[in-house]
Design a binder for this molecule. Structure first.
Ligand code: ADP
Length: 729
């Protein structure tokens, strides 16, 4: 069943391919039906095709209906047998006698049908003859009927082939149309691309050029055009390059290609792309043929692209410059020079405004031939009144042509003084107000400023504003630190001079007091003895104080150059200087193996001496134990086991540890300030200068000093000395 259904589907598909169903009657089929009726002597004949539901009559003789249901009629017999079927009398067959075409119109008694079978074997329908009376067919008639059925098939085949041919023709036509269209498009493209062609005879230098080629050189089609003329049209700066390109191409037998400018008779400059090739070469090319293409638009786009690039570059450059240096003059100079080049403006300047509304041209880049106004103080009466306010609000002013612009006459006159024809002005703003203006002038011609030019100037003005603000604060800071350094130096000088000059009278006071003491002790009353003792003590203290102060001020003024110093020698010296105190207190001083550092030996001795003497002085009621340790930054963990501090890689960390009274942490910083002491003189004598001297010395060496301590637990004074020797090696 399934196979049959598939066959039927294939048959129906084949039938559809012949595209015959429901078509208009055609003479060829009508004639075949008539012939069949005539040959068989029958009143009715049909050429029918059978689809899913019906028998459709392509040609009919003696019948009026266009089709019949598939189950009505006798064609199915042919379909079943796939061969000629002749029913001489339908009433003789019981089954056929009940067929509606037998029982009713057209009351068929005789039927002879031939299946219409395609070359591929699909049965599409029948060619049949019918009669209302029984009859028989002779062999000749049967053969004729078969022959006619083959004719029907031939007609069908013909029809299909024709259909295919016409489809093909249609496709061809379509292809042709699209070819024609693309040809037209090509022509149009050539025309709009302004592609000209040329041919050059290399021996005679005779040039023949297409009309478009001439147009590309700004010449009318009828113009004479020779090789020499062509060269004259080329921009003088590009001539040598074009000649060289042609020569190279001919020598190397390669294609010639050059992009060059040509100047039209009206003076305008146009870009051309020329391509060519030597031809007819047996040994040497005889001719060169090629094309020229107007690429002015492309060049314009390229130029614009390059300009954009240069703009971003310039912007980046100036921004970097601002970050790197705050040399305002240099920044402003670069700005005007580069902007002038980039905008091809006749003059670019920076105008600094003063409080009274006048201003000075502080930077200028101007093309030769135009008035230079650098350094000029300018007072613009119009400007003062109305423009300043608007510029303060960030307004940008662009004038395309001052002659036609709606500006006040006084403004126009003002600009005319400097031969300005068009200008672009952007304000340079600081947080607190307007600093000045960045201006571009076009003197020769009017000029329309485009948005990217305006934007660039605005961005640059913003950057300049930032740079100026930064420079101003830097200047303030520099002034401040210079002032600080100056007053420090003055103070030092004062301290030095004061202490130095005080020494002499003080020595006199001391020696005379001592004399008084020696001569008159016990000779005056008890009070007098006490007074003398106080005076001597005061004078002594004052001397110590003055000495210390001198030491302090000498740290920076009398420092020795830094040289390699053996720290153990330095420490030995310090201990030797403290011999008496060490002996008296029974202090035990130990130390790690000490390195060589780059330092001022005298000052380093002073540091060790001050720290050890403090460690002895601020002892508790037990034997002072003092240890001097050192570790190099970047050392092993074992080296720093007992340390809370990790020294940096390129420094030495020293410490002086004692078991003395300790210091409360809140005073840890204060003790390094000059004259700061935590105890009364009666208990612990001193001046409060020792640690300040240590701090000054260590800082002169590029290090730091600090203390870690707890009351009653002793103290550790740390200091660092940069390992300059390590760095040099
Ligand atoms: P001076 O020793 O003349 O008082 P310094 O500048 O050397 O002056 O010291 C300042 C103060 O720091 C001392 O008065 C003392 O209070 C405190 N100090 C310094 N070294 C120690 C120490 N090793 N132990 C406890 N306190 C100390």
């Amino acid at each position: 069943m399934k196979a049959e259904r598939t066959d039927e589907a294939a048959r129906l598909e084949a039938l559809r391919q012949y595209e015959i169903l429901d078509t208009e009657p055609e003479a060829a089929y009508d004639s075949l039906a008539q012939l069949a009726a005539y040959i068989c002597g029958a009143p009715m004949a049909l050429v029918n095709f059978i689809d899913e539901h019906r028998q459709w009559f392509k040609a009919k003789v003696g019948l009026d209906v266009p089709e019949m249901p598939r189950n009505v009629g006798l064609s199915y017999l042919c379909q079943e047998r796939r061969d000629i079927v002749v029913v001489t009398d339908t009433l003789a067959d019981e089954k056929l006698a009940k067929n509606p075409v037998v029982t009713a119109e057209p009351y068929v008694r005789f039927y002879a049908g031939v299946p219409l079978i395609t070359p591929k074997g699909d049965m599409l329908g029948t060619l049949c003859v019918l009669d209302r009376v029984p009859r028989e067919l002779s062999q000749k008639q049967i053969e004729a009927l078969l022959a006619l059925s083959r004719q029907v098939i031939s007609q069908l085949e013909l029809r299909r082939n024709l259909a295919e041919v016409s489809r093909y023709a249609e496709e061809l036509e379509q292809a042709e149309t699209s070819l024609r269209q693309s040809e037209e498009r090509l022509k149009l493209a050539l025309k709009t691309a302004r592609l000209g062609s040329w041919q050059l005879d290399l021996k005679t230098q005779e040039l023949s050029a297409s009309n478009q080629c001439k147009l590309n050189f700004g010449l009318p089609p009828e113009a004479e055009f020779s090789y020499n003329m062509l060269f004259e049209c080329i921009h003088p700066e590009d001539r040598a390059y074009v000649q060289e390109s042609v020569k190279q191409a001919l020598e190397n037998k390669t294609d010639y290609e050059a992009e060059y400018r040509n100047i039209w008779p009206d003076g305008s400059v146009h870009w051309l792309l020329a391509r060519g090739r030597g031809v007819d070469e047996v040994n040497e090319p005889a001719r060169m043929i090629g094309v020229t293409l107007d690429i002015s638009e492309r060049k314009q786009v390229e130029e614009e692209f390059k300009r954009q690039n240069r703009r971003s570059q310039l912007f980046a450059e100036i921004t970097v410059k601002i970050r790197e240096t705050l040399q305002i003059e240099e920044i402003l100079h670069t700005t005007v020079t580069e902007v002038q080049k980039l905008l091809q403006a006749d003059r670019v300047l920076i105008f600094q405004l003063w409080a009274d509304g006048s201003g000075t041209v502080v930077q200028e880049a101007v093309l030769p031939g135009w008035l230079a106004i650098l350094g000029q103080n300018i007072v613009d009466p119009c400007f003062k009144k109305e423009y300043l306010k608007r510029y303060r609000q960030g307004r940008v002013s662009a004038i395309e042509d001052i002659e036609s612009a709606h500006i006040r006459p006084c403004h126009r006159e003002f600009l005319q003084q400097f031969a300005v024809r068009a200008n672009l002005v952007v304000p340079i703003l600081l947080r607190e107000g307007i600093w000045g203006l960045l201006l571009a002038h076009q003197c020769a011609t009017p000029r329309r400023w485009n948005s990217s030019e305006t934007e660039l100037l605005q961005q640059l003005a913003n950057q300049i504003g930032i740079a100026i603000s930064q420079a101003q604060s830097l200047e303030k800071e520099t002034c401040y630190s210079q002032e600080l350094a100056r007053s420090n130096a003055e103070l030092e000088q004062f301290a030095y001079v004061a202490s130095h000059d005080l020494q002499e009278p003080l020595r006199m006071v001391t020696s005379y007091l001592q004399l008084l003491e020696q001569r008159y002790k016990s000779k005056l009353d008890a009070n007098a003895d006490q007074f003398i003792a106080y005076a001597v003590d005061g004078a002594h203290r004052m001397q110590t104080l003055i000495n210390e102060l001198l030491n302090y001020s000498r740290v920076s003024t009398r420092g020795q150059p830094f040289v390699p110093v053996d720290c153990s020698t330095v420490l030995k010296q310090a201990i030797a200087n403290l011999q008496v105190a060490i002996k008296e207190s029974g202090a035990i001083v130990t130390h790690d193996p000490l390195p060589e550092v780059i330092a001022d030996a005298t000052q380093l001795t002073q540091v060790f001496q001050n720290l050890i003497s403090n460690a002895i002085k601020f002892r508790q009621n037990l034997t002072p134990q003092i240890h001097i340790g050192v570790v190099k930054g970047g050392g092993t963990d074992a080296d720093r086991e007992s340390l809370n501090v990790i020294p940096a890689k390129d420094e030495w960390l020293f410490w002086v540890r004692d078991n003395g009274i300790g210091i409360e942490s809140q005073y840890a910083e204060r003790i390094f300030v000059i004259f700061q002491r935590l105890h009364g003189r009666a208990k612990y004598p001193g001046t409060g200068i020792g640690l300040a001297i240590c701090k000054k010395i260590i800082e002169r060496h590029g290090g730091n000093i600090w203390v870690e301590s707890e009351p009653g637990q002793g103290s550790i004074f740390y200091f660092t000395i940069p390992d300059k020797a390590g760095k040099q090696s």
